[in-house]
Design a protein around this ligand. Structure first.
Ligand SMILES: C[S@@+](CC[C@H](N)C(=O)[O-])C[C@H]1O[C@@H](n2cnc3c(N)ncnc32)[C@H](O)[C@@H]1O
Length: 196
């Protein structure tokens, strides 16, 4: 009887699996955001001040950016589980004191106008019920002269982000499409002397 050889699935010994700690696993997720972190730095030149991450999930991008000690973070996510994970992950990396975690929605950001220096959002806008309202909310809370970076807009290409932004009150924006990356960049105009 001619027998077929069925490849056996390779199982890792338990001792090897237990070598990875929860922090190691978070570090892997953080490392997977290296490309995104570099894109953010290159695009909006994130240097100093407060960063709001809208739809932060486990805050992996924030951990990647937090190596810059001049940045503080406000981490916003509507999912309790995500907000809790963001808080725990920031603490695990020693960044807990620089992070304020808010369980809330980008549709109504619980912050005053002109509060933060930067808004970032990665792989989240596709979930927003009303993306235009969410972007306007990000714009409302960023300070004049501040910048907004929203990435991973490629997989919901049915949305016309350019048209949406044109219809909004947002003045300076661009929608980028470079190789595998698609992102929105927004600048809030500095108010001139005497202007409100
Ligand atoms: C794919 S995860 C991305 C998380 C993180 N920004 C990252 O890049 O790793 C999407 C996140 O958007 C959040 N989110 C924001 N607005 C949402 C909404 N309106 N409905 C569902 N999820 C939403 C989810 O809770 C989730 O944490």
């Amino acid at each position: 009887m001619s027998g077929k050889t069925i490849a056996s699935t390779e199982k890792k010994p338990l001792s090897e699996l237990t070598k990875t700690t929860p922090k190691d696993r978070i570090a892997e997720c953080v490392a997977s955001m290296d490309h995104e972190a570099a894109l953010i730095k290159r695009t909006i030149g994130i240097k100093k001040g407060t960063v709001l991450d809208a739809g932060c999930g486990g805050a992996y991008i924030d951990i990647a950016l937090a190596q810059n000690k001049d940045l503080d973070f406000i981490l916003l996510d509507p999912a309790h589980k995500a907000a809790k994970a963001a808080e725990e992950n920031m603490k695990a990396f020693g960044y807990g004191s620089r992070a304020q975690v808010i369980c809330g929605s980008e549709q109504e950001i619980p912050l005053k106008d002109n509060t933060v220096d930067y808004v970032i959002s990665t792989s989240s806008i596709g979930y927003w019920h009303n993306a235009q309202k969410g972007l306007e909310e990000c714009y409302r809370v960023v300070k004049p002269g501040g910048k907004i970076f929203v990435s991973d807009i490629s997989w919901d290409s049915y949305r016309d982000y350019f048209g949406m932004l044109k219809q909004s009150e947002i003045e300076y924006f661009s929608v980028h499409n470079e190789q595998d990356d698609m992102w929105i960049e927004i600048c809030k105009k500095e108010s001139k002397k005497g202007e409100k």
